[in-house]
Design a protein around this ligand. Structure first.
Ligand code: CDP
Length: 806
């Protein structure tokens, strides 16, 4: 070795592979305003579409008069349900097996529902046109309170379903009922409750909120009449699924549909489904022969395209008086709004809510979910969460705190007593999941030691004594949350979307000079895939991450994938990337053996190439192997170095975490101060610690928003009263607390690189930590459960109701 020969450490560092805090490559363009978003696209002759929307939450549409609108300069067309009926597109299928109006057909079912689509030469003309469309409505009684939707005399919302006693998920009990979904052993669970020494029962609501990405939903559709081809640029988290849906409903051959998701400014589940804007822009382009752009504004985004949560969970836990849990019984009233447009895998009407047993060893459990229709926007998307896992984690983590309070036991002690033990993995939960790996006790102890949990409880006791003496008006809360996530949808045996198995894919193509391109079926919306996918490849095949270009989002070039949501990218696409890289490595080994004139078995992998066992100086780097792949492969072997993998995971992955929030609340004003927030995450093998930290910071900020104020709220007439960022809490750096992050590493045993997802974890685990902190503080004043969101006013009101404020 001469002085110039790089050391092993230098060779390793040059790769910037897994475990490296590699800087995000996409930020070079994002921080310089050089991203390429849908609204940046300007095609020659492009038209603009905009919606006439309903001011009513429930009304019959008597007449739509577009006469004056068509006189507005620049307005070319007004599309209504009647127009769409001529092409059989007045209604569209939803991902949940329901149907949804594209444009109001006879009546409207929620405020801001799409009524007509005005197409014009520019956005301003379209907007002027909207104001000239005259719609005659006959208001109907509305159903906003989910608890009244199934009253015998509740108004019939879905007249199209009249007489249908069953839907996509089985029998319907009432005209506003969508489905009932049950899991678990009811008899055994009921028996556990009959025998229980201690039980708790609480209605725990997770309010309606919205993912509200910075960039709203939008698309540009361009139909080429000569070729019969439709190109769609859109904010799609799952572009291939959009292509298939368009082929199925518009009856255009799938190979003539080109779907492109360019850069996306945040998705958080909002950009998974298909919305009326996409259909109307496509139809308008087909009708006019011109490209048509549709871009939502903020109010439209918050009030019409999707929502999240709206789960009302009656939670019961049975336990011994020593605090060993013996049974869990949960009933959920799930408010789906006007149409069931939940973005869940087909067979899971309540997503993976049956992870509700959480991190605890419940011997038996039973879950029943009733989905109902109301006069609210449809959606039910997984807002930075894996299909209703956030609701489930909130339910069980509040439930455990309520049980601890009843038992007069420390909530940390109760959790430690009931955790699934490390030696119980793989663990079969009472509600049907097989948890892959976990070490909950280690994570919990690490969290408790780091924050000095015992010291915090002492401080809280002193603070409470001071409050009683009248020396302070602040109450202190410690919010614990120990969550188990389920991410990586999913195994084809139980997960599909519209019948398409939820695998994911990667194609890697290495060029002669030792650089390459990886095309992946996932689609980043800010998660940094271009950075981390290259790191997996770098470690697997020894090509520096900087020499691998990652491309996603073009259905013509990327292999078919099911997209990015529910933290499925690392568990599924990440695995496909590793598997494709391993195929390349296997071929590279054959080429190296041929070139080095040894048997393949005589070679061993060494950071960035192969070397002959026992003769380390006889070696060939991957860079040289790439060159050889294009000019001197073994006889009979095809030239080139590329591979594709479609990965169908054998199981989900189960990341987990231990969070704690320390909060003071002033009872006279309701103002809270998040004094400390510590988040320990275990996502198995860590690909890029810096990106993980960023994911956790972002997710915690969303969790903070949701728990402490963010809400889509309706008045009794069905008007959305939080339809803009003036009312919908969107925290800035000013309000956002400081985050401390930490980790343990428990690899997934079935994932090729041992990685689990992480993107959703902080939202899933963060919300219960905040809410438990508030509730822990108020428990001192005698309360058991206060519903979220815990904004200043509600905190003050709680203090007043509990007699702490005159
Ligand atoms: O599906 P989505 O991309 O939203 O979530 P994810 O699979 O949790 O990945 C989010 C980001 O964190 C990606 O850039 C991953 O590569 C990265 N990550 C990581 O570095 N290590 C992990 N064990 C999990 C995710």
């Amino acid at each position: 070795m001469n002085d110039m020969t790089p050391t092993r450490e230098q060779r390793e560092a040059k790769l910037e592979g897994m475990g490296c805090k590699r800087k995000r490559v996409e930020d070079i363009r994002f921080t310089q305003g050089r991203g390429n978003y849908v609204d940046d696209l300007k095609l020659p002759g492009m038209l603009h579409g905009d919606f006439v929307r309903s001011p009513h939450a429930h009304a019959r549409v008597k007449k739509i008069d577009d006469t004056e609108a068509l006189k507005v300069p620049g307005v070319l067309a007004v599309i209504t349900a009647e127009t769409l009926k001529t092409v059989n597109l007045a209604w569209m299928p939803t991902l949940a097996g329901d149907v949804q109006m594209v444009l109001a057909d006879g009546k409207v079912l929620f405020q801001n529902q799409e009524v007509a689509f005005v197409v014009a030469t520019d956005r301003y003309a379209a907007d002027d046109g909207i104001n000239k469309v005259v719609v005659e409505y006959e208001p109907l009684p509305v159903v906003i309170d989910p608890f009244k939707a199934m009253d015998a005399d509740a108004p019939v919302l879905r007249e199209d379903l009249a007489g249908k006693t069953s839907g996509a998920h089985g029998p319907r009990k009432h005209h506003n009922h969508v489905f009932e979904w049950t899991v678990g052993d009811k008899d055994l669970t009921d028996a556990a409750f009959r025998k229980a020494e201690v039980t708790i029962k609480e209605m725990i609501s997770y309010h309606r909120t919205h993912p509200s990405p910075l960039e709203t939903c939008q698309c540009v559709c361009s139909f080429d009449k000569i070729k019969g081809e439709l190109s769609i640029w859109g904010t799609f988290q799952a572009p291939h699924v959009i292509r298939t849906v368009v082929a199925l409903i518009a009856k255009i051959p799938e190979h003539k549909i080109h779907v492109i998701s360019p850069d996306i400014g945040g998705g958080f589940g909002n950009k998974v489904g298909a919305y009326p804007g996409y259909i109307c822009a496509a139809v308008a382009s087909i009708v006019t022969g011109k490209p048509v752009k549709w871009v939502e504004d903020r109010i439209e985004n918050l009030t019409a395209t999707s929502f999240a949560r709206d789960y009302h969970m009656t939670t019961e836990i049975a336990s011994t008086k020593e605090g060993k849990v013996t049974g869990l019984r949960v009933h959920v009233l799930a408010d789906h709004g006007a149409f069931d447009a939940c973005a869940d895998p087909s067979k899971w009407p309540a997503g993976f809510f049956n992870i509700v047993t959480g991190s605890y060893d419940f011997p038996t459990a039973h879950l029943a979910v009733d989905g109902i229709y109301t006069n609210k926007a449809p959606g039910g998307v997984a807002y930075r969460c894996s299909f209703r896992v956030t609701e489930a984690a909130y339910c069980i983590e509040r439930g455990m705190d309520i049980l601890a309070q009843k038992l007069n036991m420390d909530p940390a002690e109760l959790r430690l007593k009931n955790f699934i033990k490390a030696e119980q993995f793989p663990y079969h939960s009472a509600l049907g999941w097989e948890y892959d790996s976990g070490d909950y006790h280690t994570a919990m102890h690490k969290m408790m030691e780091t924050v000095d949990y015992a010291g915090l409880r002492k401080e809280q006791a002193a603070q409470r004594a001071a409050f009683k003496r009248g020396e302070t008006r602040e109450i202190m809360g410690l919010g614990l949350s120990f969550f188990t996530e389920i991410v990586g949808a999913g195994p084809s045996k139980n997960c599909d979307i519209l019948g398409i198995a939820m695998f994911d894919s990667c194609e890697i193509r290495l060029h002669p000079t030792g650089a390459g391109i990886a095309r992946v079926g996932s689609k980043s919306q800010g998660q940094g895939h271009e950075t981390t996918w290259a790191q997996i490849i770098a470690t697997e095949i020894g090509i520096p991450a900087d020499d691998i270009m990652v491309e996603e989002g073009n259905t013509d070039t990327a292999p078919y994938g099911l997209g990015t949501y529910g933290s499925r990218s690392t568990p599924v696409a990440g695995a496909a990337i590793a598997m494709a890289a391993r195929k390349i490595k296997a071929k590279a080994q054959m080429i190296a053996a041929y070139k080095l004139e040894v048997h393949e078995d005589d070679l061993e992998w060494d950071i960035d190439g192969f070397r002959v066992k026992g003769l380390p100086e006889k070696a060939m780097s991957m860079k040289d192997i790439c060159w050889a792949a294009y000019n001197s492969v073994p006889p009979g072997m095809e030239p080139g170095l590329e591979a594709v993998s479609y990965y169908d995971p054998p199981n989900m992955t189960y990341p987990f975490g231990a969070y704690i929030c320390v909060m003071n609340i002033d009872v006279d004003t309701g103002v809270y101060n998040v004094r400390r927030f510590y988040a320990l995450d275990d996502c198995g093998t860590r690909i890029n610690p810096m990106i993980i930290e960023g994911q956790v910071h972002g997710g915690l900020t969303e969790a903070f928003a949701i728990a402490m104020g963010q809400e889509i709220r309706y008045d009794p007439e069905g008007n959305v009263v939080t339809g803009s960022f003036m009312d919908f809490f969107m925290p800035t750096a000013v309000e956002t607390p400081h985050w401390e992050t930490d980790f343990t590493v428990t690899p997934s045993p079935h994932h090729p690189i041992g990685a689990k997802g992480v993107g959703e974890s902080p939202n899933v685990g963060g919300v219960p930590a905040f809410s438990n902190a508030v509730n822990d503080a108020f428990s001192f004043l005698g309360s058991t459960h206060i519903q979220m969101p815990h904004d200043y006013w509600r905190n003050w009101k709680a203090a007043k109701d509990l007699g702490a404020v005159a």
